[in-house]
Design a protein around this ligand. Structure first.
Ligand SMILES: [Zn+2]
Length: 368
């Protein structure tokens, strides 16, 4: 059973509500609660296509569980155009990243573990979710108000906090498909069939995936210190499904199948219901996910194809200095890396100042 509604996440200066569509798939009982959102960054539109293809899979083979889909999750960001480009990565007023404004405060976790130490896993899960829900409501009700981005993030998070599985669909600038994997969920991450994987620790930095998994992960860690085993109850991933400003429906169909394949092991469908042609997968720890900053300004020729391993010492960018044209000095600078690496994404422009983040690379790669 599929139904659609709208949720208000803010208000425009004109008084118009900023609303997001909310599509609910009420599947057979016995499956997990799943929350998927796309396009929190305005230019990252590919996730909407993935949600559309994913909904088609749900229609074709009704899943178990309760699935919520939120495409166009940032109605302010998607409308943030400048010339032909979409901006929408940062709130234009505050300059803050739309995906760093979710809420989690771990102050109460230690006390919670002591008072709930001898309750069952189910009782602990229910009580902890209630506490998280209450924290979000209290934050929204602050007598001092919250910022535009925090208000929107909190409204989305109120839906996500109900879920056992949270998937936040993004893209890079010019980017290969990659996945942020919380370390504890590593064993099932390969099911997404995403080639490049970054394995994350339990820290909270304000992003949706962290806001979903950090509380549960830190709860599990805190219980472990008290001698109790309490499995992490929530899985959350950020999927980076290609490049911004780009819609690729054929790839969206493959990624929707990858998501469904992952959800098979979480109980939404029988194992083997969905298939995708397997891709070679690389992984590295977040600390080994490295940015390359431009040593000088110039016009950039990106030499390293995304997703293809490059050896140490091979040139990855050529920086042209057309201001030297007609002079006797070298017209370009080549930059190479100190170690083997796999390029994940690069800057969207070929015009850079000194210090621009030109590329990001997996280094010290290992099997997922
Ligand atoms: Zn993004």
């Amino acid at each position: 059973m599929i139904s659609t509604s709208h949720l208000e996440v803010g208000q425009q200066p004109s008084g118009e509500p900023a609303r997001v569509p909310v599509i609910t798939v009420e599947g057979q009982p016995g499956g997990p609660r799943v929350y998927l959102q796309a396009n929190v960054h305005g230019a990252e539109i590919q996730g909407n296509a993935v949600l559309e293809r994913f909904l088609a899979l749900c229609r074709a083979r009704p899943p178990k569980g309760h699935i919520t889909l939120v495409p166009l999750a940032n109605p302010i960001g998607i409308n943030q155009k400048s010339g032909e480009f979409t901006l929408g990565r940062f709130d234009p007023i505050s300059g803050e990243n739309w995906n760093r404004q979710y809420h989690f405060n771990n102050r109460d976790i230690e006390a919670f573990c002591h008072t709930h130490l001898h309750l069952s896993d189910t009782e602990v899960t229910d009580a902890f979710r209630q506490q998280l829900t209450a924290q979000l409501a209290a934050r929204l009700d602050s007598p001092w108000g919250v910022k535009t981005g925090q208000h929107m993030a909190l409204r989305l998070q109120q839906m996500a906090v109900e879920a056992d599985i949270v998937l936040d669909l993004h893209t890079g600038p010019i980017s290969a498909r990659h996945l942020y994997v919380p370390e504890y969920a590593r064993a099932r991450a390969h099911r997404f069939n995403i080639p490049l994987n970054i394995v994350m620790p339990s820290d909270f930095g304000g992003a949706m995936d962290e806001a979903a998994f950090s509380p549960w992960w830190q709860l599990s860690q805190q219980f472990a210190e008290l001698g109790r085993t309490f499995p992490v109850q929530v899985d959350a991933f950020t999927l980076e499904l290609g490049s911004q400003e780009k819609l690729d429906i054929a790839q969206a169909e493959r990624d929707a199948a990858g998501i469904a394949r992952y959800l098979e092991v979480m109980g939404c469908w029988p194992e083997g219901t969905h298939n995708v042609a397997p891709e070679t997968q690389y992984a590295c720890a977040l600390e080994h996910y490295r940015a390359l900053y431009s040593p000088c300004a110039g016009q950039i020729e990106y030499l390293a194809p995304l997703g293809q391993p490059v050896p140490a010492g091979a040139p990855v960018v050529r920086i042209w200095h057309y201001d030297r044209l007609g002079q006797d000095t070298p017209l370009f600078t080549e930059v190479s890396l100190p170690c083997d690496a796999v390029p994940v994404l690069h800057f969207a422009s070929a015009n850079a100042q000194q210090g621009t983040e030109l590329y990001k690379f997996l280094t010290h790669t290992e099997a997922l």
